[in-house]
Design a protein. Structure first.
Lengths: 158, 550
């Protein structure tokens, strides 16, 4: 899927979303697994240290990840439908409350006109369903010079 | 009033450009209609029964004469020559073409106006007391606080996709004219024993399908904590509000299901954890905003305004008694402009009226106009010795009907004639009642009484908090009306009680007549309708309305 990371359309994406039934470790060692929060917390006591990617559903409690943020490189925020705004608070809490510095990636129903707000709550990568128009993305990200909420800056370039 | 900084001007311009871009892409088939719908709602654009509707923001109900002139120009150029003032102090146009709307927004931006977040599941226009800065019973002017909240909530990236719409109201006076108890968040300015400024914070009030009176989440929040506290409430709502059922998605449902104590705990926990990092403001910031709302120059003088004064001209006297209010400056008076004449739908004004009102505002009220949530307008600062001249001018414009707070000062939603959500017509009910009870002397005899009419359960006409509430329902494909009694929007806020079975359209005015006859028969001296219903209950009224026909 087309991926925008730090304002650039990225080619390489080693991460793969692994469902709760699929066995770990993955056969293809060039791929890195992303597991659900539930699996990460409950089902993986022995292997938790080996997993660096977690995917958050809208009704998950993001603060449960607090003890393991240092080992995580990727947190996916699932957006089942673009009008579900819970992921925006998840991202905000991860950055501001919990101090997470790894990649936060929006997945699911991600559309160009939403990425401006997403970027301002700390999401720095976007997985689109379809190939986006890169000129449109630049225009969207560069539309506003500044905002009314200084604690939510636009941290990625257009 | 607030004047835009360079930042505000640039921001509003960028917003117009953004929406123009989105609209062009949509009309060219390059933007999904479901997505465009959400984007256009966040710019105040609805798809209605016959046309698009544009809801323009009038932040906390304050307008300059230049802005009102522009609203008149827009009505003329892009609409059918009129606009409608709403129950959230905004203005609506019912007939613009979608392709013209970016140009309309540009015209608005040129006079420091916008339609940002007047719809959609976002924080909407923050409303307040239309008499702010003029009323005698003011504790602190709410408008600087409303402007602070407006800025904090505008394009707030975390709260752009809430479970449902979010409405905040602020009052700064002893008497609540902003209906704070029936808002998602209601804020009452307060001073504590140490004379520090703060807010009583209410949450979970609201009308609609399941009306609620708000609960107190904080009796006294220090003013400096306002924005971080609001942020915490919104965050908890964003995360915990229901998203499975459109009709259970407001914060009032969340507060009710959690209970106010558990809800408070949750909010206070989030607030403690994030108050250092979420956006706040300094004393200098709020003082800079206060400086934008200076008091009217003091006129004083020996109070020509004596409470028991009777003017020799009985019509002027009547208008003075009903449509004007005391100002903190004895040399001035507050004047209501009634948009409840019989000539236009309730709350409407023509382009010509808007321009004339703008000119009168320049002459008589320091160039400022207020809109009220009861769909009227206010001149807040009229010099007492200019009242008669103003009255004559308003009479000529049909804006001086002496009915403020009286029977014919009804709140009416647009209803079936315009709104795709409506079950029944409302404007015809307004006409029906108005025609039957237009005798002004009778209206004055009845005293203060509010009739509020909604065309569907969404309650945009605030029927739950009317002395007499009228709710349009559909029965067997026909328009019927449910009556409620005893609602109140102000300090002793209360939700009306159902009177009985729904009444057919042609019978509404007659039913109202029976209610009023009962009131007149049973009232105690000086008793208001609201007091009478409180004392007597609904039973005697139910009896007369539903008595078997002779």
């Amino acid at each position: 899927m087309p991926l925008l990371r730090n304002g650039q359309l990225a080619e390489q994406n080693p991460w793969v979303r692994v469902d709760d039934e699929t066995g770990l470790p993955l056969a293809d060692t060039t791929r890195l697994p992303v597991v659900s929060l539930q699996r990460f917390l409950d089902g993986m006591r022995e292997h938790r240290r080996d997993v660096a990617g977690v995917s958050l559903a809208p009704d998950d409690d993001v603060t449960a990840l607090a003890p393991w943020l240092d080992q995580l490189q990727l947190i996916c925020i699932e957006i089942p439908v673009f009008t579900d705004g819970r992921g925006y608070s998840h991202a905000r809490l991860l950055r501001e409350r919990l101090g997470y510095v790894g990649e936060i990636r929006a997945t699911g129903d991600v559309r160009p006109d939403q990425i401006l707000h997403m970027a301002r709550v700390g999401i720095d990568a976007f997985e689109f369903a379809d190939e986006p128009d890169s000129e449109l993305l630049t225009r969207i990200l560069g539309r506003y010079r500044a905002f009314y909420q200084p604690s939510y800056p636009l941290a990625i370039a257009g | 009033m607030y004047r835009y900084t360079e930042f505000d001007k640039a921001f509003v311009q960028q917003r117009v450009d953004e929406f123009r871009d989105q609209t062009e892409r949509f009309l060219a088939g390059r933007l999904d209609p479901d997505e465009y719908k959400q984007l256009r709602l966040r710019n105040g654009v609805y798809e209605q029964r016959h046309a698009h509707m544009l809801r323009v923001a009038i932040p906390y109900g304050t307008l300059s004469s230049e802005q009102l002139r522009t609203l008149g120009d827009i009505a003329e150029q892009f609409d059918r020559g009129f606009g409608h003032f709403t129950t959230r102090q905004n203005i609506q146009y019912n007939w613009p073409e979608l392709a013209d709307i970016p140009d309309i927004l540009q015209k608005l931006a040129d006079v420091e106006m916008h339609a940002i977040q007047t719809s959609g599941n976002v924080v909407r226009n923050t409303t307040t007391d239309p008499l702010a800065g003029a009323t005698q019973d003011e504790i602190d002017d709410p408008r600087p606080w409303c402007e602070l909240i407006r800025q904090w909530s505008t394009l707030h990236p975390e709260f752009n996709w809430l479970p449902r719409k979010f409405k905040i109201a602020v009052t700064g006076a002893e008497s609540d004219r902003a209906a704070v108890q029936v808002h998602d968040i209601g804020l009452r300015l307060r001073r504590n024993d140490a004379d520090e400024t703060g807010f009583e914070v209410l949450v979970g009030g609201g009308l609609g399908r399941t009306p609620f009176i708000g609960s107190v989440i904080r009796e006294f929040l220090p003013a400096a904590d306002l924005l971080t506290y609001l942020n915490a409430i919104l965050r908890v709502y964003n995360l915990e509000g229901r998203r499975d059922n459109l009709y259970k998605a407001r914060i009032k449902i969340l507060v009710s299901s959690m209970g106010i104590d558990a809800f408070r705990e949750r909010v206070e926990a989030d607030w403690e954890a994030s108050r250092q990092t979420d956006d706040s403001f300094t004393e200098a910031d709020i003082n800079a905003l206060r400086a934008q709302f200076p008091p009217a120059p003091w006129l004083g003088g020996d109070a020509q305004d004596k409470p028991d004064q009777v003017f020799s001209n009985p019509l002027f006297n009547q208008w003075y008694r009903t449509n004007t209010r005391a100002h903190r400056d004895p040399g001035r008076r507050i004047v209501y402009l009634s948009l409840k004449s019989q000539t236009l739908p309730a709350g409407d004004a023509t382009a010509a009226q808007m321009r004339a009102i703008a000119d009168l505002a320049d002459t008589f009220s320091l160039g400022e106009i207020r809109s009220t949530h009861e769909q009227n307008l206010v001149f807040a600062h009229v010099p007492v010795d200019a009242l008669h001249a103003l009255w004559k001018a308003l009479q000529a414009l049909e804006l001086a009907t002496p009915n403020i707070g009286r029977l014919s000062d009804m709140i009416v939603c647009p209803g079936l004639d315009f709104c795709s959500l409506a079950n029944a017509g409302t404007l015809t009910i307004y006409d029906q009642i108005y025609a039957r009870f237009d005798a002004i002397d009778y209206q004055h005899e009845l005293g203060e009484i509010s009739i509020k009419i909604s065309g569907c359960m969404n309650a945009c006409g605030h029927h739950h908090v009317g002395d007499i509430g009228i709710l349009g329902v559909e029965k067997n494909g026909e328009e019927w009306y449910q009556l409620t009694l005893g609602g109140h929007a102000g300090d002793a806020a209360a939700l009306g009680k159902r009177l009985g079975k729904a009444i057919p359209k042609h019978g509404v005015a007659a039913a109202i007549g029976k209610i009023l006859d009962t009131f007149v028969a049973l009232r105690e001296p000086q008793e208001t309708f609201n007091q009478a219903v409180g004392r007597l209950g609904v039973a005697p009224f139910k009896e007369t309305v539903y008595a078997a026909a002779a």
